[in-house]
Design a protein. Structure first.
Length: 247
């Protein structure tokens, strides 16, 4: 009798990786990787560094936005054969502004188990430390490269009823802050830079004051930009306006 309808014993495990500090990798995450058949990752060079730090030596397969679609049938086949595939990104949660969405959708559609091993995320780390309203919030991923599209996105963000969060390049940050300051120089923003790393920095204040800071000191590293909602809650408006970070 055929057993083709038997469920697959394989599973896809989404493993969140540190966003800076390697100590943020959980014990559970290490154990999952130890038991994995292979690790799918964005950049094998970065993932090797993480694995070696934890004494792990595993087969690595590249999964990027350019090859994800053609990798899917190969991974589905391996999973049906009983493989355990761990998917990681260079930093933070796989699939969140990183490759993996299409793979997860296909794996679920194939009736194969998907398991998430949580960990560090720049979005929530920045939000928690921002001092801005945390619930609800909007996450827009990476801001557009094109200036016109970015300017339009800043206009929309400043009109939202919740805090907006974006990833931004350090090379475009000053230009983006200028867009906000041009519209409303006193609008509260936060720039979270190099989160969990040695030179972690939060710059909180008006768009103009944060712009002035980074205009004088060019930003470097990983940037998360947060923009306050159009209408601030009463607990924020009661605070003394002098609470903005001073240079």
């Amino acid at each position: 009798m055929s057993d083709v309808t038997a469920p697959s014993s394989g599973k896809l495990q989404l493993v969140a990786t540190p966003i800076g500090n390697l100590g943020d990798f959980s014990v559970r995450a290490v154990e999952v990787l130890k038991a994995a058949t292979l690790v799918a990752c964005e950049d094998t060079r970065r993932t090797i560094h993480l694995l070696q730090h934890h004494g792990l030596h595993l087969p690595l397969v590249s999964l990027t936005e350019h090859n994800e679609a053609r990798r899917i049938p190969e991974f589905i086949e391996k999973l049906h054969e009983g493989a355990s595939i761990a998917l990681v990104s260079d930093a933070g949660f796989p699939t969140v502004s990183d490759p993996g969405q299409r793979l997860v959708h296909a794996v679920i559609g194939a009736g194969i188990k998907v398991e998430v091993i949580p960990g560090a995320t720049a979005v929530l780390t920045a939000l928690a430390g921002s001092g801005l309203p945390t619930v609800p919030f909007y996450f827009g991923g990476f801001l557009p490269h094109k200036k016109g599209q970015r300017d339009k996105e800043m206009e929309v963000a400043m009109a939202r009823e919740c805090t907006s969060i974006y990833f931004e390049s350090p090379y475009r940050l000053v230009d983006t802050l200028q867009m906000i300051a041009n519209r409303a120089p006193n609008h509260p923003v936060v720039v979270a830079r190099e989160l969990t790393k040695m030179f972690e920095e939060f710059q909180r204040g008006s768009a103009q004051s944060v712009l002035n800071h980074f205009a004088m000191k060019a930003p470097k590293g990983e940037i998360t930009l947060l923009i306050a909602p159009a209408e601030l809650p009463k607990w924020m408006t009661r605070q003394n306006s002098s609470s903005d970070d001073k240079e």
